[in-house]
Design a protein around this ligand. Structure first.
Ligand code: S3P
Length: 437
């Protein structure tokens, strides 16, 4: 694997720019999946050209779906209908993407053919029983490796039936896997969550013409309908914007404008938390794009103070903890994070990776099994390891802008899974981040 390292120097002055971050990863995955299973040709605009979402597109192409890349960020998907996928004839590679693997597990459980799903070293360590077990109670047969990890062997030809599932984990991936299997099931599939998670699968199914009843924390549908092609407009990814929101907040004198950022309330927990810490973030031109709320965000430098992160925000900012660790390490006083144990099974153990890196830079962090207490203070230079985790790499790059001297970040190549062009955009905003000197 290409173990790309970055060098970052402290920002030489305020960050002032207007930026457009790439399309939302969660929405892009679902757009390709539903468009592939729909009848007719769907156009997707704002598609994320990242490693993860391209892996999903490649997998559907392997199963006979015609997918045209008509322009960067644009796809025309010639849907084959719910029963039109063909046997891939070999393992399907989900790369680094947990979303691809878990959602596909639901889709493939309903097919007439067998399939195998695999992934890279990080994905191969991630827990899959959270989807394979409830899918088994719907009638699916799926083998995992010992320990419940990939590769997954999904046996086709099993009749599925709906279940009512009270998920022990607040996970949009679990909910989505079951709802997608529910498309193929007899009767009703109901998923109830311990806390509400992102509802893109439910919203997009409705846009493709499938009736879904949903509210925060619950989704339900019945089998036996048809998906019909539609136009999908993907908003800019809030999780990618988050790195620049924190960068502008931390670097004195900064003002960044982030264009057309997706502000689905199930994604924007970080906005609430940063504002409670003292951040100056304004939403301008609120509007709807592709059925999702979007706005331009204007972020100005502001001093931060530590808080106790309300546990009800955890699921709504689950991908933003690496950058919150950086904001907290630069805030006055202590920030406490609890009930965030899911961070331990993301692309890396994000609590351990962020705590280790920020400690190297001089931060005081006490780890807990489900979170951490982070004492703010000045950051020094040093060498940190992102451990191949895209979001940890980008979070450390923002720490590099406010550290007193340069930092080196090891193992950053996976940033392209979710945020191709991050380095160029960061440089354009005034950050000194880049490859080997
Ligand atoms: C995602 C759900 C979240 C998130 C991931 C994308 C999705 O995972 O961390 O980056 O698109 O459904 P969990 O559902 O496992 O929390």
């Amino acid at each position: 694997m290409n173990r790309l390292d970055w060098n970052c120097a402290p920002a030489r002055g305020p960050l002032c720019a207007e930026l457009a971050v790439p399309g939302d990863k969660s929405v892009s995955h679902r757009a390709v999946m539903l468009a592939s299973l729909a009848e007719g040709a769907s156009r997707i605009r704002g598609f994320l050209e990242g490693g993860d979402t391209r892996a999903t597109a490649r997998i559907f192409a392997r199963m006979g779906v015609g997918i045209e890349a008509t322009a960067p960020g644009e796809r025309i998907v010639h849907g084959v209908g719910l029963r039109g996928l063909c046997e891939p004839g070999g393992p399907l590679d989900c790369g680094n993407s947990g979303t691809a693997m878990r959602l596909l597990c639901g889709v493939l459980a309903g097919q007439a053919f067998d399939s195998m799903l695999g992934g890279d070293a990080s994905l191969s360590k991630r827990p899959m029983r959270r989807v394979t077990e409830p899918l088994a109670s719907m009638g699916a047969t799926i083998d995992t490796a010992e320990g419940g990890t990939p590769p997954l062997h999904i046996h086709g030809g099993h009749k599925l039936h709906g279940i009512a599932y009270a998920s022990p984990i607040a996970s949009a991936q679990v909910k989505s896997a079951l709802l997608l299997a529910g498309l193929y099931a007899e009767g009703e599939t109901i998923v109830v969550e311990p806390r509400p998670t992102r509802d893109y699968t439910e919203r997009m199914l409705v846009a493709f013409g499938w009736p879904v009843s949903f509210e925060p924390g619950r989704g339900a549908l019945t089998g036996g309908h048809v998906l019909r092609a539609c136009e999908v407009e993907v908003p800019a990814d809030f999780s990618s914007a988050a790195f620049f929101i924190v960068a502008a907040t931390l670097v004195p004198g900064s003002e960044l404008v982030l264009r057309a950022v997706g502000l689905n309330p199930r994604r924007t927990g970080l906005l609430q938390v940063l504002r409670a810490m003292g951040a100056d973030i304004r939403e301008e031109n609120p509007r709807a794009a592709g059925g999702e709320p979007v706005a331009d965000l204007v972020v100005r430098h502001a001093p931060l103070h530590g808080i106790e992160v309300p546990v009800e925000h955890v699921a709504d900012m689950i991908d933003e903890f690496p950058i919150l660790f950086v904001a907290a390490a630069c805030a006055e006083g202590a920030t406490t994070i609890r009930e965030a144990q899911e961070l331990r099974v993301k692309e890396s153990d994000r609590i351990a990776v962020m705590a280790a890196g920020l400690r190297t830079l001089g931060a005081r962090i006490e780890e807990a099994p489900d979170g951490a207490v982070i004492e703010g203070g000045p950051l020094q230079g040093g060498a940190v390891d992102a451990r191949g985790d895209h979001r940890c790499a980008m979070a450390f790059a923002i720490a590099g802008a406010v550290a007193r001297s340069g930092i080196t970040i090891r193992d950053c190549a996976n940033v392209a899974t979710s945020f191709p062009g991050f380095v160029e955009l960061a440089q354009g905003s005034g950050l000194a981040v880049g490859g080997p000197r």
